[in-house]
Design a binder for this molecule. Structure first.
Ligand code: TA6
Length: 288
């Protein structure tokens, strides 16, 4: 769609038929949609381009279920909980209902949103610390997502996290990632520690946590390049479930793996962040 097909600018609360609430943002740069649950960006496209973010055609948009695609927020732990397997993978904030604090249409090409999540009786049962999260999203020529953690507790805590971005690719067989050459990664499938040689191609299931990443990274796709820059992160997770795992996932069509690639701006493994009482930490992904 061209900008002319859209109203020039808007930021409107909408709901799916089941009442699932999201904000629909349009400006002269493009369009984005962010769910109030999880502060979850699940759509972003620039004028005249295919969507930047991938979302599953069979994703749930239901209370308590994470959307498959867009940018899930993994916090206060990335991956499985280290000691309690009954706790949800990737933490609990991606299925929590956030509060929209502010929406500003700063100019015709830029819309900024701030969403907030504070600790609660429920969260304290899952993770025993008082915190405040803010997500600052800027929808413009670049999509900027900044997650700020504030330690409001009297105790120090350590977090791992990821802005778990799913990107649309034309065909997984014809893309590669530039920027990870000579970077060590932990292979979550084989549990090995390996040094990346050259560009990263995806020829099967890939689930890797790269450490000491020197951003920016670039997805070279046949039809376009996608640039991922970051602040407050020195780790990146690359994931594609490939055929077999994709077929087992209830919220992905069997061939969905062919048009998606996750490059997650993280604070994972050695890049975990420890916050003293009163400390703040911001992890930012700049996608273009
Ligand atoms: O992206 C890395 C990863 O931890 C993979 O191992 C895979 O589990 C993926 O996240 C999706 O996790 P989810 O809990 O959203 O199904």
């Amino acid at each position: 769609m061209q900008a002319a097909d859209w109203v020039q600018q808007m930021a409107v609360y909408k709901t799916f038929d089941n009442g699932f609430e999201y904000i629909d943002i349009v400006n002269k740069s493009g369009r984005a949609k962010i769910a109030v649950q999880g502060a979850h960006l699940f759509h972003c496209e620039r004028v005249g381009e295919q969507p930047l973010l991938w979302v599953s055609e069979t994703s749930f948009f239901e209370p308590g279920k994470a959307i498959r695609g867009g940018v899930p927020i993994c916090w206060p732990w990335f991956g499985k909980h280290q000691t309690d397997s009954s706790l949800p993978q990737h933490g609990f904030v991606r299925t929590s209902v956030w509060t929209v604090v502010d929406i500003q249409e700063t100019d015709e090409h830029t819309t900024e949103l701030i969403l907030q999540l504070k600790s609660s009786a429920r969260s304290l049962q899952l993770w025993p610390y008082i915190f405040e999260l803010q997500l600052h999203v800027t929808v413009a020529e670049k999509l900027t997502i900044a997650l700020t953690t504030k330690n409001c507790d009297e105790n120090t805590f350590t977090i791992t996290s990821a802005l778990h971005s799913y990107f649309t690719v034309s065909d997984i067989d014809n893309v590669y990632i530039e920027g990870l050459d000579k970077t060590r990664y932990f292979d979550s499938l084989t549990k090995e520690s390996i040094i990346q040689k050259g560009n990263t191609h995806i020829g099967g299931e890939v689930d890797r946590i790269y450490q000491n990443v020197r951003y920016p990274l670039t997805i070279h796709d046949q039809k376009r390049n996608v640039h991922i820059d970051a602040h407050g992160s020195s780790s990146a997770v690359i994931w594609n479930p490939w055929k077999e795992k994709c077929a087992r996932m209830g919220d992905m069509k069997d061939d969905a793996y062919t048009t998606m690639l996750c490059i997650e701006t993280a604070n994972a493994l050695d890049d975990a962040r420890t916050l003293l009482p009163g400390d703040k930490h911001t992890v930012t992904a700049i996608l273009s």
